[in-house]
Design a protein around this ligand. Structure first.
Ligand SMILES: [Zn+2]
Length: 186
């Protein structure tokens, strides 16, 4: 939900341009993958849970990445994922000729950054500056942050995000409609 909200906020600040429907759909998918990608270092994460042998592979990756909220939750990890995503999209380009891979890449990055920003709201914080082992959170006072999977996440953060999405959708409805009619191309 955070990935989608962030993507919506960024998309609305950009000048309207013509996009293919495939670009929009692949970008939405990449955005959601970006949104769960950092938790590749967590064996219990949705990322692994939803794969057939996920929890076994998850445990191995967990060891390799240095445990929960480590490399994949840092600027270094972000750069690494950005590089890997670009390489993968480059390989996929011939199979998906009508997809603007540059935009898909940005949608992935926005999803991933939104994940890290949301993790900052939790007590654990985010080790943005690895290998410097400081965990940074928002607000800086740990006591004021939320506990993952607890009341505040479900009843404050999620409704807030849904609220922002509904506001975005309602306040830009005309723009969205104009885009679908005039700028969605084959
Ligand atoms: Zn995370």
């Amino acid at each position: 939900m955070a990935a989608l909200t962030a993507l919506g906020l960024v998309a609305l600040t950009q000048p309207i341009q013509s996009l293919t429907l495939s670009t929009v759909l692949v970008a939405l998918l990449a955005n959601q993958i970006g949104g769960i990608a950092p938790d590749i270092d967590q064996p219990t994460a949705p990322f692994w849970r939803n794969l057939p042998v996920g929890h076994i592979v998850g445990k191995i990756v967990d060891k390799a990445m240095g445990g929960h909220r480590f490399l994949s939750h840092s600027l270094l990890g972000l750069a690494l994922f950005a590089f890997l995503a670009q390489a993968l999209l480059h390989i996929l380009q011939p199979i998906l000729p009508h997809v603007d891979m540059h935009l898909v890449w940005w949608a992935f990055i926005i999803g991933m950054v939104s994940h890290l920003v949301m993790d900052m709201l939790t007590k654990e914080g985010v080790p943005w500056l690895l290998p410097i082992p400081i965990k940074i959170g928002l607000p800086p006072v740990k006591r004021l942050r939320i506990t993952t999977g607890k009341f505040a996440e479900m009843f404050l953060v999620l409704p807030a995000l849904i609220g922002v999405d509904m506001w975005l959708f309602a306040s830009h409805y005309g723009q969205l409609l104009a885009f679908i009619h005039g700028n969605l191309i084959h």
